[in-house]
Design a protein around this ligand. Structure first.
Ligand SMILES: NC(=O)c1ccc[n+]([C@@H]2O[C@H](COP(=O)([O-])OP(=O)(O)OC[C@H]3O[C@@H](n4cnc5c(N)ncnc54)[C@H](OP(=O)(O)O)[C@@H]3O)[C@@H](O)[C@H]2O)c1
Length: 317
């Protein structure tokens, strides 16, 4: 039995926390918005997770493994949790976040503890604090190595699969490619993925995909035009009522994860002197929307007009 802690018990943190509990570990849930007990629904099944819910970093002690599952832009705020949970015996901090800069983002927050980036292949939704619905998939891709073997052992007996990757850089950028196309277009249009059936939207999607692939290749990923095409074909073929988490954040009036996704394409483009004009335009609009959400949150307002209600009711125009 290992001592494990999950910081940020939303959709992804809640689902993987339930898997760690199922594997029989000594689990702590480190949360911002308190709840009594974590409940995870999956199909007809419901799992109740009998683990302590901590609301202040002062309540935390050193553990063997930390799983960080806040949104990327919430990482720094979770720094006090990471300081309290990491110590000489900690094997690593697994960062379950989108983007390609997990290590750069989290290393300054954890001192000498190893940071393990994970590509999250899982569909989950936070229905309310501590109440998660799992929609499908249950895999974490991690860099192959000694720690990946330990992680495989850690999840033994659960539904979660640890998939060690020899070419992790390519997998990281493959996931970013999907997000860099789907997230800005759904969030800015206010439409679900059915919007990719429009020819004019496909043109913008193709431009985003080409920019991301060019930057990814410069960063060392083995991606090519066929991967850009596959993403667009996939998005046009999925169930049209599916959304993206950036769309849901936008409709609920929450700050967006734009910097870790579209921002990464633009940043790496600058580093490698690759032009990313379409990503850059979308980034400016996403940043403006996110800043407005932050201002509303600072004033204590949760949503923009009735958009949040519409998102919760699934009535996205
Ligand atoms: N959901 C998916 O299907 C999915 C799939 C693949 C990848 N991802 C990625 O996984 C990451 C997590 O996404 P998510 O969908 O799980 O987001 P989420 O449901 O919004 O969960 C984030 C959680 O972090 C908590 N949090 C924020 N700041 C905190 C702090 N300082 N201390 C403690 N807890 C804090 C939030 O608490 P509050 O309740 O107070 O806001 C929330 O419960 C993102 O990078 C996302 O892009 C998600």
């Amino acid at each position: 039995m290992a001592r494990v802690a999950v910081v940020g018990v939303g959709a992804i943190g809640g689902y993987f926390a339930a898997q760690l509990f199922r594997s029989g570990h000594d689990l702590s849930l480190c949360v911002r918005t308190p709840f009594d007990r974590l409940v995870v629904e999956s199909g007809e099944a419901e799992q109740r997770v009998e683990a302590p819910v901590l609301t202040r970093p002062e309540q935390a002690v050193e553990v063997d493994w930390v799983f960080l599952a806040t949104k990327a832009h919430q990482s720094a705020e979770a720094g006090d949790w990471l300081s309290a949970l990491c110590g000489p015996e900690t094997r690593g901090v697994v960062v379950m976040q989108n983007g390609v800069e997990q290590v750069e983002r989290v290393t300054p927050l954890v001192g000498t503890t190893a940071v393990i980036p994970a590509v999250v292949l899982c569909g989950a939704e936070a229905l309310a604090p501590g109440h998660i619905r799992h929609h499908g998939y249950s895999e974490l891709k991690v860099p192959a190595g000694a720690l990946s073997a330990e992680l495989e052992a850690l999840f033994e007996g659960s539904e979660a699969k640890i998939a060690p990757q020899a070419d992790f850089v390519t997998e990281l950028w493959r996931k970013l490619l999907q997000n860099a196309v789907a997230s800005p277009i759904t969030a800015l249009s206010g439409c679900r993925l059915g919007v990719f059936r429009r020819a004019d939207v496909q043109v913008q999607g193709a431009a985003l995909a080409e920019e991301c692939v060019a930057v990814a290749r410069a960063a060392g990923a083995s991606l090519g035009p066929q991967d850009a095409g596959a993403v667009l074909e996939g998005l046009a073929a999925v169930a049209p009522e599916m959304g993206s988490s950036m769309l849901y954040d936008r409709m609920a009036g929450r700050p967006l994860e734009h910097d870790a996704i579209t921002g990464a394409v633009v940043r790496f483009g600058e580093r490698f002197e690759i032009a990313t004009p379409v990503s850059r335009s979308m980034l400016a609009l996403l940043a403006a929307n996110s800043a407005a959400a932050e201002r509303r949150a600072a004033r204590g307002e949760r949503t923009e007009g009735d958009a949040g209600e519409k998102a919760r009711a699934g009535r996205v125009a």
